[in-house]
Each structure stands twice: as C-alpha cells, then as structure tokens.
Design a protein around this ligand. Structure first.
Ligand code: IPD
Ligand code: CA
Ligand code: CA
Ligand code: CA
Length: 268
C-alpha cells in the first residue's frame, strides 16, 4: 500500500469511529425526522450531521478532493476525474429510525473512475468492512476470503419483496422463479450492508432495481477485492456517478442467474 493510501485509510477509520459515537449518542436525544421525495423517504438530523462531519474533515485534510454525498452538502459532479469521495452518511435511514439497527455509514473513494477504497461501518454491530484496491477486503481488519462458487439452489439472495409484486421497474414474473429456486431470500433494508454481506459470504447475491452511487460505491470496492461480480441487471458495468439497477453475486452464480432469469427479460 502506498504511503498516500495508508494515510487516507488511517484518517477514514478514525473519522468513522468518531461518527459512530455521534450516532450512538443520538439514541438518547430527540431525533428530528423529515421526509424527502415521498412519505416513506426519510431523512433525519443525524443523516445531515454525519454527512457534514465527513465533509468538513475531508475539506480540512484533503482540500483538493471532491465529495458527493446523498444529503447534498457535497458537490454536484459531472465528471469522475480526480479523487472523489462518495458518501452515504446513514444507509438504511428507515431502519435507523424504526429499528435503531441494520444501517451503516458507507464511503467509497474513487480516482479517475476507479474504486480505490471502500468503507462500510455497521455501527450497532461494530463491524467495519473495508477494502483497498489490490490489498483485499477486511471485516474488523480480518481479511475476507475470495468468494467461492455456489449453485443457485443453495444460494441465499437478498431481494426486496417490492420486486416480486406490482411495481414500476420490473414485471413480478421475472424474479419470482428465482425466488422459488434459491435456498432462501433475505432483505436487510440497507444496500451497503447487503453488499458487505455478499463480500463477507453471508449472502450469495443481492438484486435491486434502483440504487444511487452513494448506496453502492463502497460496496463495489469490497466486492471487487473478493472476486465477486457486480453489474446492472442488463449485465453491464456500473457507472460510478449514475443511478442504476444492481446485481451482485458470487462469480459463477452471477452467470447462471443472469442467463437463466434476467437476460433479455427484465426490461422488455
Ligand atoms: C436506501 C437503502 C435501501 C435501498 C434504497 C436506498 P437510504 O438508502 O439502501 O436498502 O433499497 O434504494 O435508497 O436512503 O436509507 O440511505
Ligand atoms: Ca435516503
Ligand atoms: Ca443509501
Ligand atoms: Ca442515506
């Protein structure tokens, strides 16, 4: 690892711990909850505070870096040139508000469009997943093994029930045969946690129809380091600054699910 990434890594881990403590302390205080695009799209004072916390730390320490954040305190970026931090201060806000668990801070750092570092911090379980390009992926600093193939009938896939009921993005008949075929399905309500779980082998795959860059940036770096495959539902590579469907899984499983259940079917 170069000295530069060692330095960045040390800072991010320190800031994540501090942000995690702020979140823990917020549980004993009153939470201010607002809605965004619809009554179920929640945002709290903590989402905003944590994003602003990271932005001020990054600006202070790495003034030449760019920042994209879900809550809009960063920049509006048109180009992926330079060093870009992609931040989701709380991924899984609905869980944060209703369950006080199963949410995470997600930070991906990209350089000229290439993922260099990814951090997903599950504050409540004190699980910090991180990856550095070419160095591997880790959970609480213990290296995660490369993902091994699994047959579809033994796979546990993360999938929101929305995608097998009437919705405006995918016909329910596309994914329901897959749901019947796999060993089991799960839904955690935090894309970052779901991606970290695929990287850690707790899930064999994750399928979703719409994510934003801050939902998947960190996870993408983790998945690449353990040899997982991550594309959109058409099998195309993800554009780091674009919203997209996401299909991530263990290596041969990706191919099997793509050919049998997705190819030419979901966006007809
Ligand atoms: C959401 C979560 C959720 C996913 C949504 C995201 P947020 O992020 O990751 O699991 O299904 O698409 O918007 O808004 O809680 O940061
Ligand atoms: Ca949100
Ligand atoms: Ca999110
Ligand atoms: Ca969020």
């Amino acid at each position: 690892m170069t000295q530069r990434w060692k330095e960045i890594d040390t800072y991010v881990k320190e800031w994540l711990k501090e942000a995690g403590q702020k979140i823990q302390q917020s549980f004993s205080k009153e939470l201010l909850i607002q809605t965004k695009s619809n009554p179920n799209d929640l945002v709290t004072n903590m989402d905003k505070e944590i994003e602003q916390f990271f932005i001020s730390k990054i600006n202070e320490t790495f003034p030449e870096h760019h920042i994209l954040g879900e809550e809009g305190y960063g920049e509006e970026l048109e180009s992926d040139e330079g060093t870009i931090w992609i931040i989701d201060p709380i991924d899984g806000t609905m869980n944060f508000v209703h369950q006080q668990r199963n949410f995470a801070i997600s930070i991906g750092i990209f350089e000229d469009g290439v993922g260099q570092a990814g951090y997903i911090y599950d504050v409540i379980h004190n699980e910090l997943y991180h990856a550095l390009k070419g160095q591997g992926a880790f959970m609480n600093n213990i290296q995660l093994p490369k993902l091994e193939p699994v047959p579809v009938e033994q796979a546990i896939i993360s999938l929101n029930a929305t995608w097998v009921t009437e919705n405006r993005r995918i016909d329910p008949s596309v994914l329901s045969p897959l749901v019947r075929k796999v060993r089991g399905t799960r839904s955690y309500g935090s894309a970052a946690i779901e991606l970290a779980y695929v990287a850690a082998g707790r899930l064999d795959g994750y399928i979703t129809l719409r994510l934003a860059p801050w939902d998947f940036a960190a996870g993408k770096v983790l998945i690449e380091e353990v040899g997982g495959v991550m594309t959109d539902l058409e099998g195309k590579p993800l554009e780091i600054l674009e919203k997209s469907s996401v299909f991530v899984s263990k290596p041969t499983l990706h191919d099997e699910i793509f050919r049998t259940y997705l190819e030419g079917k979901w966006n007809k």
